[in-house]
Write a protein that binds this ligand. Structure first.
Ligand SMILES: Nc1ncnc2c1ncn2[C@@H]1O[C@H](COP(=O)(O)OP(=O)(O)OP(=O)(O)O)[C@@H](O)[C@H]1O
Ligand SMILES: [Mg+2]
Length: 139
């Protein structure tokens, strides 16, 4: 059996930023997922959530719970990423001063997702949006 939970993330909503990742963490704790896996998903989910709030026009995070794996899909409507390879480079960021003053914009988010997920896929269309699918094996 598998099911999905969907969390909306609004652009620029820094008051609520982190709420979706917190709810995902809580859900996984209730499901009895190990702390090691929860930590990985929480990091990847938080980075994805912040990217939606900062770089997109808004989007959603979908947690799919399967028998052997958890899938986190993070998709948005937004500007898209012109050069994915460059965006995935550690330290690359287009974040402005305001975002940096809040502690974001180190250019580490996508790298952290890759490091924590067991599988990571990203697709992006200019002026349409970006979609990231991450799998986490649970055992
Ligand atoms: N959903 C998105 N839509 C459009 N551009 C994005 C999106 N996610 C990432 N990017 C682009 O990729 C760059 C790198 O993203 P990444 O998350 O690695 O770093 P960051 O968000 O700039 O900083 P950090 O995550 O360390 O706070 C961003 O600066 C932005 O240009
Ligand atoms: Mg980021």
């Amino acid at each position: 059996m598998s099911y999905e939970l969907v969390f909306d993330v609004k652009r620029g909503d820094f008051d609520k930023a982190g709420e979706a990742s917190r709810k995902i963490k809580h859900t996984l704790q209730q499901l009895g997922v190990s702390n090691r896996i929860i930590r990985k998903i929480s990091i990847a989910g938080y980075e994805g959530e912040m990217n939606l709030a900062i770089h997109s026009l808004g989007g959603k995070i979908i947690l799919a719970v399967g028998e052997n794996k958890l899938t986190l899909t993070i998709e948005d409507v937004g500007p898209g990423i012109p050069d994915i390879k460059l965006a995935m480079t550690e330290g690359f960021s287009t974040a402005g001063d305001e975002v940096r003053s809040m502690g974001f914009g180190a250019g580490m988010g996508l790298t952290n997702m890759v490091k924590n997920a067991d599988a990571f896929e990203i697709t992006s269309e200019i002026n349409e949006g970006t979609k990231i699918v991450m799998n986490f094996i649970i055992q």
